[in-house]
Design a protein around this ligand. Structure first.
Ligand code: ARG
Length: 628
């Protein structure tokens, strides 16, 4: 605070800083200038500073100003032009912070004076260092009752099949959301909800008795299990097709008894699988031991993979871990409220009864087995009891959207709105074509191996840049994960994109490697320097050039970018932002300026840039190779 007051005084700005509710002048430099602007506006139009502040927006792009005033919000009903004229006339002419704003549409565009930019922002960023952009008060409870609790569920692969593109994306987005919430002060619990129960496990059991080999398992447990699963799936396919056909015939002929279907499903692999599932749910010894073995060996394998990606979980939960008692409790609640009913031996919910437009949801199937939905309903109750969370986020691909809509609707109908309000499904489009790239039966490690392979070709792309970063041999793994993580996070969640390693070995703007290159370069430039923002007047003046002030104005936006992302949960905004930092940083090197000695002013600017890049990279899940 003291350092901040000093820089404000050096700019001859009035103190104390105007007080505006909901602004965080000590965490967000844009809030600081917002407070001063709000004061000016409030004085001119004669309103509360809080209202004036609400009319101020962040234009997102420095070419549109550092702040923008939305005129209709400042004085509702007023004509934009008349109001703009009045503002222009009364706006202080030589304000130490702002140049005279101008009108564009309904926006009044506000720019900070170039000569004020270095004095205002450099010290601010250097003082905050690692915490710059984090520790906003979003995660703190309004009362003094400590941190808010977030449960974030992500990755959640199915143990009988390959780790798919959608699980990779969930892993990367989920880990990011965990870090983002943590950095804003939340207490975060990370759950991996494995698909480790249900019919597929039972089918694997059937497959094992036919194709399982202890020897092959010993050599490559996860690989062998996948192979067994694919074989039995193949055998099972004709029966499944026949069953589907029978069901469709029934639907066409309008009969309501699917006798043919029941008949098909009472024989062959269908029957074996159902028996195996019943054994599993009854806890039959052999089946339980088989299941445990499969689960453990997969968790072990996932953990190694996640470690390479820098991801960890507090709890490997899963469908198998949901308590049967809580499921019964949920069923009872549903019955008590007349929401579920029996139908052909199964228990179902007509979704119209719970306020949805249409559809039916199955809670227990004909054989008495719990369904995916029932398990999830019970899991919500269990987690809320175990963690008393303030919020729970499910990071799951859009293929689960109907499921989550049903889940939330049913909870609401059970009068658990209190709980429903805390739940959020963060969906994203699936990454597909993973199997096409990696071949059937691949293990999750193969994903990272493929990326590393692409990175090995990097010297052919740009050997100078590789040299700046260091010895490639040591860097392959962190560069591969950086490239992959940024690729996964750089498109908006709803955008379809495929797993593709062909573009990974590239330094293009906004790529993981571009970030790694620039941060390495900054570390090189700063070697031996002790950057400080206590600069001589001439150093400050030298920084008032357009390229330098533009870079600083972008750096000043970082906490605001984090704020916006905290609300949208769209990591692509951060990737785009960091690209604008490296782009503007490259502008700050003159024609052959790279070899010039680094002045104290430039050292401070580089350090501020390093802080922002490094904080942003760490938030995305990247480890700067400069630290190797
Ligand atoms: N295992 C599921 C799948 O692969 C994702 C699990 C999502 N989480 C949940 N609570 N249903 O599609």
């Amino acid at each position: 605070m003291e350092a901040l007051q000093k820089s404000l005084q050096s700019l001859s700005l009035g103190l104390p800083i105007p007080q505006v509710p909901l602004t965080e002048v000590l965490l967000n430099p844009l809030d600081l200038i917002r407070a001063y602007l709000a004061q000016i506006l409030a004085d001119i139009v004669n309103c509360e500073i809080e209202n004036a502040s609400k009319s101020i927006q962040w234009p997102n792009n420095i070419f549109n100003g550092d702040l923008a005033v939305i005129l209709p919000r400042l004085r509702p009903g007023a004509k934009a032009e008349a109001l703009a004229l009045e503002l222009m006339e009364k706006f202080p002419k030589d304000h130490p912070l702002f140049i005279l704003p101008f009108l564009e549409g309904v926006h009044f565009r506000v720019f900070v004076r170039p000569e004020a930019v270095p004095r205002l922002f450099l010290q601010y960023i250097l003082d905050r260092e690692d915490s710059y952009g984090s520790a906003s008060s979003s995660g703190r409870s309004s009362a003094s009752n400590g941190q808010k609790k977030l449960v974030v569920e992500f990755s959640s692969p199915n143990i009988t099949s390959e780790f798919q593109g959608k699980h990779l994306r969930s892993t990367i987005i989920g880990a990011f959301i965990g870090r983002l919430y943590e950095s804003t002060g939340w207490d975060v619990t990370r759950i991996n909800y494995l698909g480790d129960w249900g019919k597929p496990i039972a089918l694997l059991r059937v497959g094992w008795s036919k194709y399982g080999s202890e020897e092959a398992y010993e050599a490559d447990p996860v690989g062998h299990l996948l192979e067994v699963y694919h074989k039995i799936e193949e055998d099972f396919k004709p029966e499944q097709d026949a069953s589907r056909q029978a069901r469709d015939d029934v639907a066409k002929e309008g009969k309501d008894e699917g006798e043919a279907q029941v008949e098909i499903e009472s024989r062959g692999i269908f029957a074996e699988r159902n028996d195996a599932f019943k054994n599993l749910e009854d806890g039959e010894e052999d089946t339980a031991a088989f299941w445990k073995r499969v689960r453990d060996v997969n968790i072990d394998n996932y953990t190694k993979f996640y470690e390479r990606l820098g991801v960890r979980f507090d709890d490997y939960s899963g469908e198998s871990q949901v308590s049967p008692e809580v499921m019964v409790e949920v069923e009872q609640m549903l019955k008590d409220k007349n929401l579920s009913e029996e139908s052909g031996g199964a228990w179902i919910i007509h979704m119209q009864n719970v306020g949805a437009k249409a559809g039916t949801a199955i809670i227990r199937d004909r054989s008495g087995s719990s369904t995916y939905l029932l398990r999830d309903l019970a899991a919500v109750l269990e987690r809320s009891r175990k963690y008393s969370f303030d919020k729970m986020i499910y990071v799951v691909a859009s293929d689960n959207s109907v499921h989550f809509t049903q889940l939330f609707k049913i909870l609401e109908a059970l009068d658990l709105e209190d709980l429903t309000g805390k739940l959020q499904h963060v969906r994203f489009s699936e990454v597909s074509k993973m199997a096409a790239t990696l071949g059937k039966g691949y293990k999750p490690q193969a994903i990272l191996d493929k990326c590393a392979e692409a990175i090995s070709g990097l010297p052919e792309v740009d050997s100078d840049k590789v040299a700046v970063m260091g010895d490639l041999g040591q860097m392959v793994e962190p560069l591969a994960t950086s490239a992959l993580i940024v690729q996964e996070l750089s498109s908006r969640s709803a955008t379809v994109h495929n797993f593709d390693t062909s573009a990974l070995a590239s330094f293009k703007l906004g790529s993981g490697l571009d970030l790694q290159y620039w941060i390495s370069k900054l570390y090189l430039l700063l070697k031996g320097a002790t950057p400080t923002a206590e600069l001589a007047d001439e150093d400050y003046e030298a920084l008032a050039e357009e390229d330098q002030t533009n870079l600083l104005r972008i750096l000043a936006q970082y906490p605001e970018v984090i704020n916006v992302t905290y609300h949208s949960l769209e990591p692509s905004g951060i990737v785009t932002y960091l690209a604008s930092v490296t782009e503007q940083l490259s502008e700050c090197f003159g024609e052959n300026g790279e070899d010039e000695a680094v002045t104290p002013g430039m050292a401070a600017l580089y350090e501020a840039t390093r802080i922002v890049l490094e904080n942003g990279m760490k938030l995305l899940g990247l480890t700067p190779v400069a630290h190797l």
